[in-house]
Write a protein that binds this ligand. Structure first.
Ligand SMILES: Cc1ncc(COP(=O)(O)O)c(C=O)c1O
Length: 480
């Protein structure tokens, strides 16, 4: 039944709200209130509860969800204060008339900060390292060689030549079990996520677990497919198992090689537990291998997918290795999901542009991609070392973690630099762009955590010579 608009709450609104909020209601007691608020906020933001919809009374909703009435009242009050809901004396609670999508949490896709004197916002590689000459040569080669018929509509999975080259690459570099028949070429992890979201929705799945802290991208993309993100805490081994089990979700998004943003690598034990969980609930794990290509001084951590290709959807892209503007990525889907995902890809855009695919296939086949990865790897390791050294010099006592891989680190500054709000204001005034870890958290920090300062510092796009200067500026501002 649809929610009622501008009328009595009735059964429609109650059952719609009930369905949307059900996963949050089964969150662990400690986080249930916040989960409920997050799910309700997301339902309003995404338009699934449209402006003007009247919500059930707190008593009815609490009874439907099997939670205490106080939790529902608190959620209504909080969202009313935030402007998502409005309430009138004795007239119930409504979705606000002019709800605008809320400001996203700090976003990887945020444009770089143009006026900043130093910019450590994570998310982009060094675009100046884009291999223009090799790319142009591959482009010329493809235009000269491509048979006419390959300019027709492509196979929605992608050109066979590219899927074969990708299968070789992913098996070799990431330990993926890579059957070209189960690869789908997509326009990035973002599209892979959306396709999976639609496929989950078609199977009746309405909730997906996401890492907390995690990438804000995931929540928004699943919401666009009608699937609600349920935040699950990350501990030092990966996504925490008990909350995952208790949440009742049957799909979970993970970043096992280098958790975004904390930078930890999932432990071998947690990987095994996660796959056991997936098998036991007939569920699925989405592995977002967004920066798995970059590792510096630790043994390679192979993809989770290699351990159980039937329960993992693996996805990656060239957004960190070449440039996000190329919009080019891949997903590897278990056999039981392949048909559904490919059909979604077909109906979405009739397949990825063939010229781009042929070009990338040639780039891979000729070893240009491996060369690019090696070149970036060297540059990024130097930058990482420069950042760690600068933090050590200018922020004595700072703890730097997540440094073994990827394009960002986490810096935990000693208490004296806090509280976070003051630190961020001072640093921003000095023209240094940074993101706190809290910007990626679904669950607000407790008072103790809020006292400290934890930063997610992206370094890949900052030339080595400018890293020390940026950190010095930041330290000067923080203590000044
Ligand atoms: C966690 C995470 N996954 C995926 C991506 C990349 O998405 P796409 O491949 O669509 O560019 C990003 C981009 O910054 C990210 O931070």
């Amino acid at each position: 039944m649809r929610p009622t608009r501008s009328g009595d709450p009735g059964e429609g609104a109650a059952s719609a709200a009930w369905e949307l909020l059900l996963p949050a209601a089964s969150a662990p007691a400690r986080t249930r209130g916040r989960s409920l608020q997050a799910a309700l906020r997301e339902a309003v933001r995404s338009g699934r509860l449209a402006p003007g919809t009247r919500l059930p009374s707190s008593r009815d909703l609490a009874a439907d969800l099997g939670v205490s009435r106080g939790l529902v009242t608190e959620a209504y009050e909080q969202l009313t204060a935030e402007g998502y809901l409005r309430s009138g004396l004795g007239s119930g609670t409504w979705v606000g008339a002019a709800v605008r999508a809320a400001e996203p949490r700090a976003h990887d896709l945020a444009p770089r900060s143009p006026g900043a004197r130093a910019d450590f916002v994570p998310g982009t590689p060094d675009l100046a390292l884009f291999p223009r000459a090799a790319w142009a040569a591959a482009h010329r080669g493809v235009l000269a060689d491509l048979p006419h018929q390959e300019l027709g509509y492509p196979d929605p999975r992608g050109l066979p030549r590219l899927r074969t080259a990708l299968a070789e690459l992913l098996a070799r570099r990431r330990g993926v079990v890579a059957d070209p028949e189960r690869i789908v070429v997509v326009s990035g992890v973002a599209q892979a996520t959306t396709l999976l979201g639609f496929a989950l929705h078609a199977r009746g799945v309405r909730a997906v677990g996401v890492e907390d802290p995690g990438s804000p991208q995931h929540d928004a993309l699943y919401a666009s497919a009608g699937v609600t993100a349920v935040p699950l805490p990350v501990d030092d081994e990966g996504v925490a198992l008990e909350p995952l089990r208790a949440s009742g979700v049957r799909a979970v998004v993970t970043t096992p090689a280098h958790q975004f943003p904390t930078g930890i690598a999932y432990s071998a034990r947690r990987r095994a537990e996660l796959l056991d969980w997936a098998r036991s609930v007939d569920g699925i794990v989405l592995e977002d291998d967004y920066d798995g290509d970059f590792r510096y001084d630790r043994a390679p951590v192979g993809a989770l997918q290699g351990l159980d290709p039937d329960h993992v959807v693996y996805t990656g892209s060239v957004s960190k290795s070449l440039a996000p503007g190329l919009r080019l990525g891949w997903m590897l889907v278990p056999e039981s999901w392949a048909e559904e995902v490919v059909e979604r890809k077909r109906t979405m855009d009739l397949g990825h542009p063939s010229l781009d695919q042929a070009l990338f296939a040639r780039f891979l086949e000729r070893g240009d991609y491996d060369r690019q990865l090696r070149r970036c790897q060297r540059a990024y390791r130097d930058r990482r070392d420069a950042l760690v050294a600068a933090l050590d010099a200018h922020f004595p006592g700072a703890k730097v973690s997540g440094i073994a891989a990827g394009l960002h680190v986490i810096a935990t500054l000693p208490q004296r630099y806090g509280p976070e709000e003051r630190f961020l204001a001072r640093v921003a005034a000095a023209g240094v762009a940074v993101r706190p870890l809290s910007a990626y958290a679904h669950t607000p920090a407790g008072p103790e955590e809020a006292e400290g300062v934890r930063l997610v510092l992206g370094y890949a796009h900052v030339p080595t010579a400018r890293i020390a200067e940026g950190v010095r500026l930041m330290a000067g501002a923080a203590t000044g």
